[in-house]
Design a protein. Sequence first.
Length: 153
Amino acid sequence: MSHEALGEQFEEYRGRHQPDPGGPPLHDMLHKGGEWHMPDDVYEHPHYYTGTEAPEESFRQMRRARGHPDHVATIYRAAPRGVGHINHGDWVTLSAGYAEAHSRHPTDPKQDWPTIKAHVPAHHVRYAGDDLNEWGYYGPSVPAEVHRDPLHE
């Protein structure tokens, strides 16, 4: 389902604020030519820059992509059933576990959302600036597949 078809639900699941499109790209967190960059120790001590659960998968993907802008990274996000794309400007994560944690409804498991994933070039993924589990996707809209749907488990 396209974001146009979702209407208000698209804005609700997408979030009112957006990730920083000027953040450093996944393949070059030290990108000195960008609007801003991460400290030099981000690859050696990434745990300094996260405060959340499930960071190891994100750290592994960061290290694999380093210096390789065309490296194919796997991105994840929670989304309502029927969303079949990851769109330009969407919040994404490099961690399936982090996406799953954000797919859970606070009180009613029947309202949990599925998580979707896509495989994209590292240069389309930019660090959002808050936590190494939180990124923005800045490439063209890409088809996504369901990674996990709690209603079908």
